[in-house]
Structure formats: C-alpha cells, structure tokens
Design a protein around this ligand. Structure first.
Ligand code: MRU
Length: 356
C-alpha cells in the first residue's frame, strides 16, 4: 500500500503504484531509471533538483513531468529569499521550462503555476498557494485519467473481450496515477473485456519493457512483452482490435506527438484494420499549434541507441540519430479521448469540438 503523508495525493484506484509523492517540504520521485531492478525514491527539496530529474528522466511521461514541475515551483517558493521571492520563483519556472521540450503538459503546468504566483502577496502566501496549486494539478490529473478510462470504454463499445497493443509507458508511473492509455487497459481488465495487452518494449529507453511490464505484472493484468519490430506480425494474427497510446502534445488539427514508434504503429494499424486510439488529458492539447509539423521533437544523445543496459552494442564513432518522439497524423487516428470528451476521426474536426 502507498504510505500517506500530509499533502500526499490519495490514489484510490490503484494504491500500489505511485510515482510522485508530495511531502510538503520536498517532492519524492520514484526513480524510473532504476526500475524494475530497484524501487528507489529520490527526495528533492528544490526546483533545480526537479529540473534535473525531468531532464535525466528519473521522472518521465507527459503528465508526470507537468506535475513534478508544478511541485518544483512550489519548492522554489519555500526556498526563496524573503525580499526577492517573486524573481526567484520566476527564475525557477524558466529553469524548469528548459528541462524537456516536447510534452506540453510541462509548459501548461508552469503557466498555471505562474498565474498563481502573480496573485500572491507575500512569500508566505506564495508558499501555501503554490503548494495547493501543485497538489490540485496532481489530483486533477488522476481524476482525468479515471474519467478518460470510462469514456474510452464507452466509445469502444466492446461486446466481447479483445486484445490490445500499447507503446511506451502511460501508466501510473507516467501520470498522477492510474494512467492514460494504460488506465484504459486497467479498466478493460476490471470489466473483464481484456484478453491480453501486448506491450512494445519501446526502444531505446525501454519504457515498455522496464515500466509498463512492471506495472502490469504487479497488478496481475495479462501482458505479453514484444520487441517493437514484432508489432506488425502481432496485428497480422488478427487478435488485436485496438492500439491504445498516450500523447505528449496534440496539435489543433489532431496530429499527435508521442513516443518514437507511435507513427509506425498507426500506419500498421490502418493496414491491418485495427483501430487506433490516443488517450491524453486536455492539458496535452496545444491549440496554439496548427499542426504536428510545429511540435518540437526532442532528440537525445545517440549513445542511448548504441547501448543496451549500459553495454555498448554499436561500434565506437558510429553516427546515431535518436529522435525520441514522432508525429502521428490525425488521419491515421480513430479516436482521441480526453476528460473533456472524445473526438472521433480527428482529421474531420481537429481538436476544436473540445476547445473553449
Ligand atoms: O520520453 P518519455 O518516457 O517521457 O515519453 C513518454 C511518452 O511518450 C508517453 O507515451 C506520453 O508521455 C504519454 S504518458 C501518459
């Protein structure tokens, strides 16, 4: 069971898997670089430490990055000088904003925290209001995940159990709890509508093998881990009816940036007449970007693909290209599910039906 401390977000649906804990004076992050070998918690007391944890992927997954950054802003207020607190918190926001570029949840959370900061009258006021705002962001994300799972199941309208395939990690580890795409998988299992979930290993960082498989095995949800390259063969067998993935940023026209390999899965799904669903909280939607072409795609060190588990598998000095996200065009997507509602065939309307 999760240990509850003051300010800890209560996780009702899946108390066993929690990746972020707020202690009031610090944020604790389950270090995802060390899973599944070790459950090691980092205790971080300042915004710089949170920015580093995001950059180094101790915490990852679009919603979890946003939530952690919000706690980072709250910590900046606690550590700020009495005379210069506004400037110091603003600097912390700027520092957090350059930790990773693709997941818009980071910028969404920082904007919201900046708005709260603007209303604070004193450092003391900022300490309590920014902490409350971060806890609210965390709670709302968990609630959004629960709502999305219900909406997704309704939209799938399954008459009998089926198998699904997922990519990367979109579970409790990547969010405020429960998960986005993996929340739908949990709900399918709960309603006895899931035969099996195939989890792509998700090269090069292996979020699928290390994190998704860990979460699902822990919760006794039937999972089969597969190499990314096996997805086509799995779909060709005919058992998989849905590919269900998360998102890091959704442009106004419904194009979706998500973990590298997602676009390929969408092409495969269309070829095999498998439905393709994206599940993401509305904080992942960026209506300021007309299309996916405008989404900044993070490129990480090529060394990530030259090694496996710390052991080099490619020759020294080989040129390596490591974009860690790709963009799936809206016309390959059947459904986008957010807590605000579902967009069917997003190529027709983009995300406009859900915008304010
Ligand atoms: O590089 P990561 O592990 O942060 O990438 C995560 C993903 O691409 C997820 O699919 C996405 O953030 C959705 S998580 C609910």
């Amino acid at each position: 069971m999760s240990r509850q401390s003051p300010g800890t977000v209560q996780q009702k649906a899946d108390p066993d898997t929690v990746a972020i804990r707020w202690l009031g004076y610090a944020v604790q992050l389950l270090d995802q670089r060390r899973l599944p070998a070790e459950e090691h918690w980092l205790t971080i007391e300042g915004a710089a430490g949170v920015a580093q944890a995001i950059r180094d992927m101790a915490v990852r997954g679009a919603p979890a990055i946003g939530i952690s950054a919000a706690y980072g802003v709250a910590l900046a207020a606690r550590g700020a000088d009495a005379d210069n607190w506004q400037r110091e918190v603003r600097d912390a926001i700027d520092q957090l904003a350059v930790s990773r570029p693709t997941a818009v949840n980071l910028f969404w959370a920082l904007d919201r925290m900046g708005g709260v900061l603007d209303q604070c009258q004193s450092r003391k006021d900022a300490v309590s209001r920014l902490a409350e705002a971060a806890v609210a962001i965390h709670r709302e994300d968990l609630a959004a995940n629960m709502a999305m799972a219900d909406l997704a199941l309704e939209a799938m309208a399954l008459e009998k159990p089926c198998s699904v395939l997922t990519h990367c990690n979109t579970g409790a580890l990547a969010t405020g709890g429960y998960g986005t795409a993996l929340g739908v998988v949990r709900k399918l299992h709960e309603k006895r509508l899931l035969k099996r979930v195939y989890a792509d290993e998700t090269r090069p960082w292996l979020q699928g093998a290390r994190l998704t498989a860990w979460e699902l095995v822990r919760d006794d949800i039937p999972v089969t881990l597969n190499a990314d390259g096996a997805a086509a063969a799995i779909m060709a067998k005919g058992d998989v009816k849905w590919v269900i993935v998360g998102a890091d940023r959704i442009a106004a026209n419904g194009d979706v940036a998500n973990k590298i390999g997602t676009y390929g899965l969408a092409v495969l799904a269309r070829h095999h007449k498998v439905k393709f669903m994206v599940v993401a909280p509305y904080s992942t939607v960026d209506m300021s970007l007309a299309s996916g072409r405008d989404i900044p795609i993070e490129e990480r060190d090529g060394d990530e693909i030259c090694q496996v588990g710390g052991i080099r598998v490619a020759p020294e000095h080989v040129n390596a290209f490591n974009p860690v996200f790709d963009v799936t065009p809206a016309d390959l997507i059947d459904l986008i599910v957010t807590e605000r509602g579902v967009v069917h065939t997003p190529e027709m309307t983009g995300m406009h039906p859900l915008s304010d």
